[in-house]
Design a protein around this ligand. Structure first.
Ligand SMILES: Cc1cc2nc3c(=O)[nH]c(=O)nc-3n(C[C@H](O)[C@H](O)[C@H](O)COP(=O)(O)OP(=O)(O)OC[C@H]3O[C@@H](n4cnc5c(N)ncnc54)[C@H](O)[C@@H]3O)c2cc1C
Length: 339
């Protein structure tokens, strides 16, 4: 067996909140064989297998009584290139941002708006990662996953993934699909998305009138570096709550009461509210209790000042949820995966 299984391993370095819990067993998968060995080990020893990538979307609230399998498979390959569209595939364990940079270095456009999102390629489809007006579904060309129920490999098309805002089939059927590699259809000619947030403004400030995909990536990195705390310095999992979708009637009522409410019309007639605005308006920005807090500059980000437990962070999140519901009649859904 090539898989190395360790006992009682601290997961502190493996979750971006920096929460200190232990995994009963821990291993890293460097190949499909390792993945299969880990699943077989789990069956043989009657222990559940929890798959993780970079741990940047996890809230660990207790020691994990499982075999934690960290995806560390590597490899990027071009599958097809017709001169304008290039299909590129990456193994699940590839770190996301370096992969984005690699595609840009090949002169390919499509992933630039998703620059600097932490984590791995394999986890990206789980919640259909998105930023600055782009989601991976917009450039998705397929993936290969292992069905943990049947042990069979399956290729998924875009339609089969049920991608939605921070959601997918893989999240809905949590624990069933182990994503091995993901494919993206990228363009040699840049079709840039500059309308969302301050992207165009940042490029203008930089004196860039005709940006390349790499220029957009750099602008987004600079905006993100200003807005979001670096997990290496201050533990966090990015946005802690999803932006809630509410009825047009509720949004209109809230807008009457709070004229500066941030709300975006959705194709289905509902309105998407900015969760960060609601939390800030309710006075939580900068709140801190022991080592669990709400970031000083970004109300959507919960932070661990060092010694917070997952339960303290969860408790804070639940207090915020309750308060937002009482004030605005809006349900906030947590984004990180809780274990
Ligand atoms: C500072 C910061 C900024 C962020 N910004 C954004 C953002 O702009 N947009 C956004 O969408 N997200 C953002 N996130 C959230 C996070 O980076 C993404 O969700 C990322 O895709 C998680 O990847 P990961 O490898 O760290 O996954 P993990 O946290 O390790 O796992 C997440 C979930 O996926 C499962 N999983 C992981 N790998 C696999 C696999 N190969 N097969 C099956 N299941 C798997 C895990 O079991 C878990 O349920 C941010 C996080 C941080 C800390």
């Amino acid at each position: 067996m090539s898989l190395q299984v360790q006992s009682q391993v601290s997961l502190k370095p493996f979750n971006s909140f920096g929460v200190d819990v232990e995994a009963r067993l821990f291993a890293e998968a460097h190949s499909d064989t390792d993945v299969r060995e880990a699943l077989a080990y789990g069956l043989e020893h009657e222990v559940a297998v929890l798959v993780i990538g970079g741990g940047s979307n996890l809230l660990l609230t207790a020691d994990i009584d499982s075999l934690v399998l960290r995806m560390a498979t590597r490899g990027i390959r071009v599958l097809s290139d017709d001169g304008s569209k290039v299909v590129i595939e990456a193994e699940a364990g590839e770190p996301w941002h370096p992969f984005v940079q690699h595609t840009l270095s090949l002169g390919l456009s499509g992933l630039e708006n998703l620059s600097l999102i932490p984590g791995t390629v394999g986890a990206a489809p789980m919640q259909n990662i998105g930023a600055y007006g782009v989601e991976i579904k917009d450039v998705f060309a397929g993936l290969t996953a292992l069905d943990r129920q049947s042990g069979e490999m399956r290729d998924f098309t875009l339609q089969e993934c049920n991608f939605a805002y921070r959601d997918s089939l893989f999240k809905q059927e949590s624990g069933r699909w182990l994503i091995l590699r993901v494919r993206f259809a990228l363009d040699r000619a840049a079709h840039l998305h500059l309308e969302y947030g301050p992207v165009r403004q940042r490029l203008t400030e930089q004196g860039i009138e005709h940006p390349t995909a790499s220029d957009v990536s750099q602008a987004i990195c600079s905006i993100r570096n200003e807005k979001l705390p670096d997990p290496a310095v201050l533990g966090n999992a990015g946005s802690f709550f999803k932006n809630p979708l509410v009825s047009a009637a509720l949004a209109a009522r809230l807008k009457g009461e709070y004229p500066d409410l941030v709300a975006y019309a959705q194709p289905d007639g509902r309105m998407k509210l900015a969760a960060g605005w609601l939390i800030e308006r309710a006075g939580w920005k900068g709140f801190r209790e022991a080592d669990a807090g709400v970031h000083k500059l970004q109300a959507l980000v919960l932070v661990n000042y060092g010694g917070a437990t997952g339960l303290q962070l969860l408790n804070l999140a639940q207090r915020i949820q309750k308060d937002i519901f009482e004030r605005f009649h809006v349900d906030l859904e947590m984004e990180p995966n809780r274990y």
